[in-house]
Design a protein around this ligand. Sequence first.
Ligand SMILES: Nc1ncnc2c1ncn2[C@@H]1O[C@H](COP(=O)(O)OP(=O)(O)OP(=O)(O)O)[C@@H](O)[C@H]1O
Ligand SMILES: O=C(O)[C@@H](O)C(=O)CO
Length: 421
Amino acid sequence: MTVLGCIADDFTGATDLAGLLARSGVRVSLRMGIPDEAPSDTAPFEVIALKCRTAPVADAVAECRRALDWLKQAGAERFFWKYCSTFDSTAEGNIGPVAEALMADLDAKQTMYCPAFPENGRAIFMGNLFVGEQPLAESPMKDHPLTPMRDSNLMRLLAPQVSGPVGLANRLTVARGADALRERLSELEGAGVAHVVIDAVADDDLYTIAAACRDMPLMTGGSAVAMPLPDLYVRDGVLSADAEKAVRPDLPEKTIILSGSCSAMTRAQVSAYSVNAPSYRLDAFDLEKRGIGPVLTWLSKQDLSKAPLIYATAEPDQVRKAQEAFGGPQVGAMIEDALAELAQAAFSSGARRFVVAGGETSGAVTQALGVTRLDIGQEIAPGVPWTYTESEGEKIALTLKSGNFGKEEFFADALAVLEDQ
Ligand SMILES: Nc1ncnc2c1ncn2[C@@H]1O[C@H](COP(=O)(O)OP(=O)(O)OP(=O)(O)O)[C@@H](O)[C@H]1O
Ligand SMILES: O=C(O)[C@@H](O)C(=O)CO
């Protein structure tokens, strides 16, 4: 029976959330897209990964509502809407419109918003989101190819995305504990505030917030505020802990690393890895002119046991030039399609270990590999676990890395963690 039903707006975000929930030892099931069939063999925590972060608002809302229906059928009575720890969205959405639609379906008068992820340097103070020591709008997220973040204030970012009033429960309240926070939430509810941003700067704050909000029909946030929920549910008696860890299948060593993320950390990871490993830079202008042929030829000559890297990862000025030439969404889709086709080609050449960087990129690659359900394995870095699944009846391992997660040596770390298991 499913205790918590989760909907994630991208694929790396979904594995991030699943990985943090799985730290508790409970079984977490991750579905790539809404399953066609009715729920069966469900886990206490079900996460549905969608690719709707940058989809048109109406499409995102419709898809998330369908996901909600599936999770309700799975028996869930509490729900979690997972978006990015850097609140990636546009002036239209999709964080607010989806939250509002799910609230309406669940008859919820109020929900909370907490993208904080202290282990990865995301903190919220007085409603402002920080990435490390920088306000969001001064961090590298200001140059994101699809969702450039140009304001750091979560209330200001959220207000144009929702129809109801937006409020704040600040750190001074959170520091006073779960009862004080509950009181503040009900005071805001009395004043008609439906959308409450909650400050959090450290993991202790997240425990307080999860404790205060765990009975809301809908919680929303990054992955970290969901992390305390399994233990809280066990204490509440609504969940019994069953430590069913996924076991790594026996896999050939052949590996491919595909990076479509242009985030600052991924750029550093690509630089670090490409010094010693075979690597190919996929250039947007070259791809448009000559198609995917040259990189397919390069790939066919690689020894996959050396874990080659193919990356479209580029500096902000290069991204800007490509976007000006072809249009932002068009160039994004062209590169995603290319990386998806390369994943298929690598699979046909025997690759069974896939390291993918970037949420949209991960969505494209997993869809191309026909992956529908993942088991969560060992974490490589906070929020980035290995996952195990099948493609065309063959066992494979996949890790889907959020753009800004992991340290500089992430790609080498990922290979090492799999070897160590
Ligand atoms: N050189 C490039 N020029 C323009 N767009 C690019 C280039 N390289 C990649 N892209 C596009 O940028 C987008 C990057 O988004 P993606 O979600 O994959 O990474 P991310 O945002 O860093 O990761 P996350 O969502 O996990 O934080 C993709 O649509 C990708 O195709
Ligand atoms: O929350 C995060 O930062 C990540 O899980 C993510 O959503 C990146 O796409």
